[in-house]
Design a protein around this ligand. Structure first.
Ligand code: NAP
Length: 247
């Protein structure tokens, strides 16, 4: 089923606290803005503080609930840093109603035979290890929510591997499994875990993967928002362990 035609209520996410990783750019940035405009208090995660400050100001100017900023380098974040994150969120908000894991890196477009192991490790750390550690750490907070939604970001090459997609494809296959396993291990009615495949979208990552492509031929991140809102809001409460397309 497609959710591209979903029409969210303007207060869909009112009173919800939602953490968006990779909120400084691309799809995560657009989703953070969109969640805030639908009433959520958004915790803006990224690794570049000044980029996060720009989106923080944008959200404030729009009159949406005051967001929070969370700078964290995902390639090296320790379990201690995730514990600190848990304590900060608990102290500041008392709970958490959702996570959109959107941060990600592409790595190299090289055959596996030549794939540099240090880039492999970094891609796995950012795309796969970080969403696991963050979800593990914040699970007790999510379980306090009346209705929590965790969204992992996959890709077409996370369902069908293709040449030259190396660590990125392997990390996205892992992401699909991570989401499914969390879903099967947590069957309480108040929490759900799903995966989203944005599809080809006009962002910096896409331009890095396809430098010769005209970005104007691609959908913008805004075009994906009906599906991103659907999966974060209560209208998708019955979905757990699904992997859906945003286009
Ligand atoms: P993007 O524009 O490159 O944005 C990536 C985001 O992740 C940025 O906010 C970036 O922060 C953050 N990030 C990267 N490495 C990080 C690290 N080590 N620590 C903390 N934050 C880090 O990418 P996008 O195209 O929006 O992609 C969003 C998600 O969709 C990714 O998971 C991607 O794999 C997936 N996806 C995208 C497409 C597409 O066509 N665009 C297709 C399929 C799947 P900075 O701003 O500081 O760099």
């Amino acid at each position: 089923m497609k959710y591209t035609a979903y029409q969210p209520r303007t207060d869909l996410l009112k009173d919800k606290v939602i953490l968006v990783t990779g909120a400084s750019d691309g799809i995560g940035r657009t989703a953070a803005l969109s969640y805030a405009l639908h009433g959520a208090t958004v915790v803006l995660h990224g690794r570049t503080l000044n980029k996060l400050e720009v989106i923080y100001d944008e959200i404030e100017k729009l009159g949406a609930p005051q967001p929070a900023i969370l700078p964290l380098q995902l390639s090296s974040a320790s379990t201690l840093e995730y514990e600190t994150l848990y304590n900060t969120l608990e102290k500041q908000f008392g709970g958490l109603d959702g996570i959109l894991h959107s941060a990600g890196i592409l790595g190299s477009r090289l055959p596996l035979a030549d794939y540099p192991i240090e880039i492999w490790d970094e891609v796995m750390a950012v795309n796969l290890r970080a969403p696991l550690l963050m979800t593990q750490a914040l699970l007790p907070l999510l379980k306090k929510s009346q209705s929590a939604s965790v969204i992992f970001t996959s890709s077409g090459v996370g369902r069908e591997a293709r040449a030259l997609w190396g660590a990125y494809a392997v990390s996205k296959f892992g992401t699909e499994a991570l989401s499914k396993i969390f879903a099967e291990e947590n069957t309480e009615e108040n929490i759900r875990f799903n995966c989203i495949n944005p599809g080809a979208t006009r962002t910096a990552m896409r331009a890095q993967a396809y430098p010769d492509e005209d970005p104007l031929t691609l959908p913008t991140s805004e075009a994906l928002m009906p599906t991103y809102l659907y999966l974060m809001g209560e209208d998708s409460k019955h979905l757990n362990g699904e992997s859906i397309n945003a286009q």
